[in-house]
Each structure stands twice: as C-alpha cells, then as structure tokens.
Write a protein that binds this ligand. Structure first.
Ligand SMILES: [Zn+2]
Length: 534
C-alpha cells in the first residue's frame, strides 16, 4: 500500500508503505473489568459534551501562533487550565522555560499524555480561507497544526479524571508539551532528566488528516541538528583583502562539499541547511559565519555516520578557507520512532468505535477548494478509517519527531487525529487553514474520545501494560538499545526564535482569541466559513 500523507518536522510528503495485519484486538489475560465498556461509553459522551471547551483551546493556541522555545502564551494558558482542574504543574522542566510536567492522581499505572505546541515560521494564515491570505505578512503561524493536540489530551484527561474520582480508580495522569518539536529540541532532554522513568505508557497525539495509529518502525527518520560556526579575521575587503580570512567562505565551501557528497549518500537520507550567520556587510571580510544542518537517517548508527561525514566536510572547509572551526553545537535531535504493538492495537479498537467525524458541506467545500488551489487531488476530507498499519516494509525516509526518543524508553504510540485536510505540503500556510475551523474542532473531539477510551483501557486492564512492556523488552529493544544523540555538554537551544517572536508578537497580540466575547475565532476575525475563490 502506498499512501501520501503529511507528517511532523520536515513533513513534506512521506511515503508510507504499511503492512496490513490481521485485525485481532488484543485480549486481556484475565477477565475484562466489567465496568470497562460502560465507562468508555460514558467518557466518550463526556468528551462530546466538552466540545466548546476543546474548540476554545484549539482556537486560542492557534491565535498565539508561537514558535519553538518561545511558546510563552501557550504555556501560560495551558498551565492555567491544568491548575484550575486540579493538576500539580512542575514548570520550566529540563531547563526549558516553556516546558512543563502536569500530574494528577496517584499510584500505578502512570499514563503520560503528550502533544506538540509550536508553530512554523512564515505560516501566518487566515483560518477558513482556501488560498494564501496571511493574517500578518511574514509572521509565524500554526502551519503544522500543533495548536490542536493539547486540546485532545486535556479534554480526554478531564473526562477520565471525573470517572476516576467518582469510582476511585487508581492511577496517575501526566500531561506534557512537545515544546519546540519543529526544532526536535526537547524530548531527548525530558528523557535525560528522568521525566519518563516511572511512566508505564506514553500516549502521544499528533494532528493528521485521518484518524489512525500504527506500530513498529514508522516511515521516517531520526536526526541530529548541528550548527557549524567558523571564525576568520576581518579586513578591508577592497584595500587589503589578503589580510582577511572569510568565515563565510568556509560556510559556502562546506555547503558545496556536502552537495557533492550527497550523490554518494544512501537514498533514504535527508539533509538540509540554512545559513544562520552569513556575515555583516560586503566590504568587511566576515569574521564569523554559521550554517545549521539537519542530518536525517533511519537508524541511530546511520545518523551518527551522516553526522561524522558532516563534521569531516566542515573540517575540510575550514582548512580550505584558512579559518577556525569552532566547537559544534547540537540544536536538536530525534531517534527514529518505534511504536508499541499492544498499545496501538488497544487504541485502534477505540478508533474503530469512534470513527471519523461527520463533516458538513462547508467543511468539504473548504477542503476541496484548498486541494484545487494547491493542485492536489480534490478528494475532500477523510471518510473511512483505514486498517491498522504495522512496521513499514521498506523505510525510504521522511520526517522526524523527537517522540522517537520517548518511544525507545517507554511503550509509546502516536494517535493521529483528523483536524487537517489531505494532500497538503506540510510546514506551510496551507496546513494552517483548517486549524481554527470546525474541521479542527471535530477532529480534536474525535481524537479526545479515542484518547479517553484508551486511557480507561489501560487503567482497568493491567495485562495490557504487561503485554506492552513485554513487546518493548523482548521485541523492540531486543537488539537496539537507546543511546541519546545529545552529548553530555549539550543544552536545550532555548534562545532559538527569540528575535523572530519579539519582532512579530506585538502585532500578533492584537489577534489573540477572546472566548469571552466570541463563540469562535472565525467569528472574532469576521471570516465567512468557508471563504473560497469564486
Ligand atoms: Zn508535528
């Protein structure tokens, strides 16, 4: 089966070749808790009744539109909701000001619900409008849809918490943000600082155009994100150029070297760079220059090998330019993801029960108009749940998500929920269009129902947790052991995106969603839904 879909970081198009499996739901080893079916039905109904709460979270975070490591408003907003609802919140964890760990309940099992929160540079876009129409030219926005996942988890957790309190069901719920996921900048640090040590199962969730889950090795890559900085010497670029040494020369030579080498790299690798310091002005020979690389591969040893190649080319470039290569800086990292079979199967049974949302004609009109605008197939929104996908037959590379690091430390799955439109490029204004519309709201509610039901399954069926760890220990990590890609000296790159957010935040503030005055963000912006080209 070949299927084009979009995914997180680097999300361009990813080819997912999945192996269809026998659809046997997992069986608890003892008799199932007699309350389970009734409580799951109750939780799903409670989530349905919280749709306004969910919508307000989706719309609010959309309106903040913050970039990685600068999710200040988003964080304050989420922490406030969690505290109001009885969670204890540890703020600024792992040395990251916009990260937190919220906890409610006590005892085993410990279920950790996570989802990313950051936006995409230059993705500002009016929601509900089926063509490029930025709210603020050049500003960031939710061009990946990370404004919706926390709403899924928090709605689900609150619905389940009520039941746990009433029926005295033991267990601990954790809620945490995938801070700076677009920089794959934090999850390895959460692991390093021990935040997943006592977790039994991690239920991650991510926006998609479909409602699905998978297990095993996914189509995609892990990566290391490295900044190479060079130091030369300034001189008058016309009067005495022979006295200068250009650090920019080293950057350009490194990039040329890498692009020649690229022909001889394995086909599944992905690598790309941006020049973050390209000198000051042409008449001054540049003393400093930096280039920032992403090295992506499908396994840990292959990522390390690609990184080593990058280091060699950087050294060669420095020698050619007669400049110094400074100590490299790791700005982010991600292990290739591997998801748990048992937890995926349990989740999939709930996906089948919940099914895809009922899309309105307006939802479909928006989706088809955008697909037409982009030259994609005009298929509209997803209508059918597809089979549970297992390990990829052949991993041809693709995007990365640092949930990979957590997935190698504790049984993990990523629930994908249908808040977006099929056939989009990813990391783009187009991916923001649905994200504060009824499509996103209904998709998040569907995701929250599945998440709530899965949490109850895990709370009331201890054998699922045993089976999940059995798969984790005897299959997943039998031959592969987790070693962090971050080095002991590496620290979270919390200064990234600071200048960009400082530039745009004052203007963006004018458009923050005010749920006390407007039912929806579309209403606040005065946008007719859907707005399509005639
Ligand atoms: Zn993502």
């Amino acid at each position: 089966m070949r299927r084009f879909r979009w995914m997180s970081v680097c999300a361009v198009t990813v080819v997912l070749s999945a192996t269809p499996l026998a659809q046997n739901p997992p069986k608890p080893s003892a008799a199932a808790d007699p309350r389970l079916d009734r409580l799951k039905t109750e939780a799903a109904a409670a989530v349905g009744g919280m749709s306004v709460f969910t919508q307000q979270m989706v719309d609010s975070i959309f309106s903040f539109g913050e970039l990685g490591f600068q999710e200040i408003e988003t964080n304050r907003y989420l922490i406030d909701i969690l505290k109001k609802n009885g969670f204890t919140v540890q703020e600024g964890i792992a040395g990251i000001p916009t990260a937190f760990m919220a906890t409610w309940g006590s005892g085993k099992p410990v279920i950790a619900l996570g989802s990313d929160i950051d936006g995409i540079p230059q993705a500002s876009q009016k929601p509900g409008v089926a063509y490029h129409d930025p709210m603020i030219e050049g500003a960031p926005g939710h061009g990946e849809g990370h404004n919706s996942g926390q709403a899924v988890n928090i709605t689900a957790a609150l619905a389940v918490k009520k039941i746990m309190e009433r029926d005295k069901i033991p267990g601990t719920l954790r809620i945490w943000p995938g801070t700076a996921e677009e920089l794959v900048g934090t999850k390895a640090y959460f692991v390093r600082e021990g935040f997943f040590k006592d977790v039994d199962v991690a239920l991650f969730t991510h926006v998609d155009s479909d409602l699905n889950v998978s297990w095993g090795e996914r189509a995609g890559t892990g990566l290391v994100s490295v900044q190479y900085s060079f130091r030369g010497e300034t001189a008058h670029a016309a009067a005495a150029p022979w006295r200068g040494r250009s650090a920019v020369d080293a950057v350009e030579l490194m990039d040329v070297g890498w692009n020649f080498r690229r022909e001889h790299l394995p086909l599944e690798q992905r690598s790309h760079y941006v020049i973050t310091d390209g000198g000051d002005q042409p008449n001054v020979v540049p003393r400093t220059a930096s280039v920032w690389y992403y090295f992506r591969q499908t396994t840990y040893p292959k990522i390390k090998e690609l990184w080593e190649t990058g280091d060699q080319i950087a050294k060669g470039a420095a020698m050619m330019a007669g400049v110094e290569l400074l100590p490299t800086r790791v700005l982010g990292s991600a292990w290739p993801g591997h998801f748990n079979k048992t937890v995926a199967e349990v989740t999939y049974e709930n996906i089948k029960k919940v099914g895809l949302p009922q899309w309105s004609e307006a939802d479909q009109t928006l989706a088809k108009a955008l697909q037409k605008e982009l030259g994609s197939r005009e298929e509209g929104l997803a209508m059918k749940v597809r089979p549970l996908a297992g390990p990829v037959a052949e991993n041809r590379g693709g995007g990365s998500d640092d949930i990979g690091d957590i997935s190698w430390n504790v049984p993990t799955v990523t629930l994908r929920f249908p808040s977006n439109i099929p056939g989009l490029p990813g990391h783009n204004w187009a991916n923001a269009i649905s994200m504060a519309t009824p499509i996103a709201h209904k998709g998040a509610t569907a995701g929250a129902k599945v998440q709530a039901m899965t949490v109850l399954d895990l709370l009331l069926t201890p054998s699922y947790i045993t089976q999940a760890w059995d798969y984790f220990r005897t299959v997943q990590t039998k031959d592969t052991k987790y070693e962090p890609l971050i080095r002991p000296q590496d620290k979270p790159a919390i200064e990234l995106n600071k200048a960009t957010m400082e530039k745009y935040r004052p203007e963006m503030k004018k458009y923050y969603y005010d749920p006390s005055r407007y039912k929806t963000y579309l209403e606040q912006l005065g946008i007719t839904y859907p707005t399509v080209k005639k």
